[in-house]
Design a protein around this ligand. Sequence first.
Ligand code: MN
Length: 150
Amino acid sequence: MSRHRATRILVIEDNGTNRALMVYLLKAFGYTTLEAVDGEAGVERARRERPELIVCDVHLPTLDGYGVVQELKNDQATRDIPIVAVTVLAMSGDHDRLLAAGFDGYISKPIAPATFAQEVANFLSAEGPTKVARFAPPERAPKEEIGPGS
Ligand code: MN
């Protein structure tokens, strides 16, 4: 039993099937999930609840993912919350555009159910209020690997 409150992840996604799948996978991984079905609702929810991380679709009604990032990253109260885009990435330039817009990272749609929650976990701050047990090592090796006899 943890002394900490559960790590909360806000899922902003207008497609009900995608949202339900992401919520299901994140809950199975031990996260508490919050949901919003459009961009404005997502911004409002983020401001009110200050989740530890946001997973955000790009194509959204009322305010798209770029608008969501702009709102939240320009607000001192929410700028430190990592925002991960979940979107179809058609071209390599899309990656740069997402990062330039302020997203902290991206996950390609269609999501891979076997690895999605771990991919999301990799974007959580290690200094956050909670640490979720990671049962799988990250796919990529740490950038700096300093060890004896390597
Ligand atoms: Mn959408």
